[in-house]
Design a protein around this ligand. Structure first.
Ligand code: ZN
Ligand code: ZN
Ligand code: FE
Length: 763
């Protein structure tokens, strides 16, 4: 018998990743099992529950809620309060409440789950071979949502009317598809079609899939409308097909990502450890950089001169079905033209990809926003996200303080944007390099989209210190209060949030370039962060970049600038290294004149450029076709040596003088020391530079950040040497070390009102 006196009502708000993961059906079942009545609904703030019943039963419910929550759910906050007694006949799932603050978290897109995989492979199942099968444990989320809360009506599935069978599943709290918003079946859901380059339909449904598979088997290029945008697919074993894709896509050297039909086949080609296989098979299903162990299985132009392959497994039912037909690895690269944004609409794709693709495998489920494939690697055995997109975006992070709604517009390359709401930060997916008008349009769309999605109106805006960045110019045109944050300070602050460091740290920020407070191009910087103050404690001795921006594309120009900083005018008489021969006599004369007279030779402290210098001296890369190419050639060369030797350098008055090191590199090159040994000793020396500065500063925590620390070898050597010297190294995990993390650092700078010693960073 109930004692009515102990009957109570508890109101609960649960926040975190709790929508689109089967949370409400779980709450429904749990409430029934605990003999409780009341209701649950989705709101824009999270999941709301009211429980009515015995207090002990309510306590049991709360304990089991935490212990048994759905596997994809992450609870960040639970607010609960006893409320006035009210009686309910039953426990029910109520309609979503879309009023009030929009602070709910949005789920990333999830790879197909084992149950749905079984459904599409079972000839007796009504979803046999149906490419849009999903449930509350898997399927599209971020790529289809256009407003909060997450309900079918506010997704791109709204115009597909569920059939009776689907509706039954959708309404049955005990079904896996209960309130699965994109729920669909062959009778009522989206369908695929195969188009030619003019948009004429060649085949429908299963035939479309089989024809597309045939096209790939014949070496053709298929434009494939995937989850978050188009991909270009081609047989990864056929060198001529891969070459044709390279030429048409105007991408001569940059590695292509691969999709393998199965984990076993990936294993036959690459080194797949336990952590690698678990992330490959995770619901994020990213591209994982794996060491290639059997290069003969893949055409050598997929990832030229690269010891790693970017590998993913099929993550949608459509990919699964296609790969089952093929049973061989394919190149699966973003459906775009060189640096343009990834296409999401089939008509837009026809326009942009018609010169590349032979056929188009399309479908009629609209994609709300471009969500590219994510890229990850393992550094010192731990996961590091290099490109945060499908499966990981959007990211929500908790800040230590509440601040007015703030928009951060990120950097120029690998742009992402971030927006805050109270003490929450939401980081967008990877948008791309803001180099052309098309990516710039996507950048503007993404900001509008992000504001609309979370229903937030920024009160202030934070941008990079660089006056010429499109993102800076956008910020300044908004008319809102603007704050500029120095690029490398933003890198350090992003790394601090990633590692939850809130006290003092030495931040080592090394990358290609960022605008310094002295108008120089920074990129080899050491900062001490302490009590909201940042001090630039060390930097590389500056050298000239003849030609400015064109030096970024031509490592040989950086090399000329660096060698000029060592040898001065004599450089042009005494030395005959290969890089000199890549210039004509006339070009050399012009370079000499520029360096002598300081014409168009901006100064830089960039470590990325110093990598270029070594790549050029070792004749590994004189002219690059994609960002970071030259630095990678040095890293890959260094992987072939085990040398533990170092070059020398000096450190005085905050200036790290690298010139003795480069002189030794030149001498070793002339003495025919192997390039691998030289490259390895260069890496060792850089790690020593970090330890030397750390020793002089005396902070125990050392954070490695910036694009240079995508270099796994460098990070691992630095970690090791730092530990040996008694320091604790930190590096990036969830937030990319590259410019994809800048927006986070910008928000952090505003949150903590960070000041660069005697010079305001946040101005
Ligand atoms: Zn599923
Ligand atoms: Zn249906
Ligand atoms: Fe950077």
């Amino acid at each position: 018998m109930f004692n009515l006196d102990t009957q109570k009502n508890l109101n609960i708000l649960i926040q975190g990743i709790v929508q689109g993961v089967g949370f409400r059906p779980f709450v429904y079942r749990l409430a029934h099992e605990c003999y409780l009545t009341g209701w649950v609904n989705n709101s824009a703030q999270g999941v709301h529950i009211e429980l009515a019943g015995q207090e002990t039963d309510i306590q049991t419910f709360l304990k089991r809620l935490l212990d048994e929550k759905p596997s994809h759910a992450t609870i960040t906050n639970i607010h609960s309060s006893w409320v006035a007694r009210r009686e309910y006949d039953d426990f029910t799932i109520r309609h979503s409440d879309n009023t009030g603050d929009k602070s709910a978290f949005i789920m990333p897109d999830l790879a197909i789950c084992p149950d749905c995989l079984q459904d599409i492979l079972d000839p007796n199942n009504r979803r046999y071979r149906y490419p849009f099968t999903n449930c509350t444990h898997c399927g599209p989320r971020y790529s289809i949502i256009h407003a909060l809360p997450y309900d079918r009506i506010r997704t791109s599935m709204w115009h597909f009317k569920m059939c009776d069978a689907c509706l039954m599943e959708y309404r049955n709290p005990l079904d896996r598809r209960f309130h699965a918003q994109p729920n669909a079946c062959p009778a009522c859901g989206p369908q695929i079609a195969l188009w030619d380059c003019e948009g004429n339909t060649i085949a429908l449904e299963d035939d479309a899939l089989l024809f597309a598979a045939d096209a790939i088997k014949q070496g053709q290029i298929v434009a494939f409308k995937g989850l978050g945008g188009f991909q270009l697919l081609v047989d990864a074993r056929k060198k001529s097909a891969v070459q044709r894709l390279r030429e048409l896509k105007k991408r001569p050297d940059k590695p292509f990502a691969l999709m393998f039909p199965t984990l076993d086949m990936a294993r036959s080609c690459c080194d797949v450890g336990l952590s690698e296989s678990s992330v490959l098979q995770s619901s994020a299903a990213p591209i994982v950089l794996l060491k290639c162990t059997n290069p003969s299985l893949i055409a050598d132009n997929v990832a030229p001169n690269n010891p790693y392959l970017g590998v993913m497994l099929p993550y949608t039912p459509l990919h699964v079905l296609l790969m089952q037909e093929l049973n061989f690895p394919i190149v699966a690269t973003s459906g775009n033209l060189s640096d343009e944004p990834i296409c999401i609409d089939e008509y837009e794709a026809l326009e942009h990809l018609a010169t590349i693709a032979d056929v188009f495998l399309v479908h009629n489920r609209p994609i709300e926003r471009p969500v590219d494939d994510s890229i990850v690697q393992f550094v010192d055995g731990e996961l590091q996200i290099l490109r945060r997109a499908r499966g990981y975006a959007p990211l929500s992070l908790e800040l230590t303080d509440t601040l007015p709604t703030t928009l951060a517009v990120g950097s120029h390359l690998k742009n992402t944007v971030a927006i805050t709401h109270n003490d929450q930060l939401f980081l967008s997916q990877h948008i791309g390099d803001l180099n052309n008008t098309k990516t710039n349009d996507v950048f503007l769309q993404e900001i509008d989209d992000f504001k609309r999605l979370y229903d937030l109106t920024p009160e202030q805006i934070v941008h990079d210190l660089h006056p010429d960045y499109l993102s800076t110019q956008y910020a300044q045109k908004t008319g809102l209060a603007c704050y500029a944050v120095q690029h490398h300070v933003a890198h350090v602050l992003a790394g601090m949030l990633d590692n939850r460091i809130d006290d003092a740290v030495l931040g080592v920020a090394w990358d290609g370039s960022g605008y310094g407070t002295d108008n120089m191009i920074w990129g080899g910087e050491w900062f001490v962060v302490h009590d909201s103050t940042v001090e630039r404690v060390a930097y590389l001795s500056p050298f000239a970049l003849p030609g400015g921006d064109s030096a970024i594309r031509e490592p040989r120009r950086s090399a000329m600038g660096a060698l000029y900083a060592i040898y001065g005018e004599n450089l042009f008489e005494d030395y005959d290294v290969p890089l000199f021969r890549t210039f004509t006599k006339n070009e050399r004369d012009v370079l000499k004149m520029m360096l002598d007279k300081h014409i168009n030779t901006p100064l830089t402290t960039s470590m990325g450029r110093l990598f270029d210098v070594v790549a050029s001296i070792l004749n590994l890369c004189q002219v690059s076709t994609f960002e970071g190419q030259a630095a990678r050639t040095v890293e890959y060369k260094a992987m072939k040596s085990n040398s533990t030797e170092n070059y020398t350098f000096s450190f005085e008055d905050s200036v790290l003088d690298w010139r003795p090191m480069i002189q030794q590199v030149v001498r070793d090159r002339i003495d025919r020391v192997s390039s691998a040994t030289i490259a390895r000793q260069f890496h060792n020396t850089l790690a020593d530079m970090i330890v030397r500065v750390a020793g002089s500063v005396g902070e125990e925590k050392v954070l490695l950040t910036g694009g240079c620390f995508q270099n796994r070898l460098l990070t691992e050597i630095a970690n090791k040497r730092l530990r040996q010297a008694g320091f604790t190294p930190y590096w990036h995990h969830r937030i990319p070390p590259n410019d994809g993390g800048i927006a986070v650092g910008q928000i952090m700078a505003v949150t903590h009102q960070i000041k660069l010693k005697e010079r305001v960073v946040c101005a």
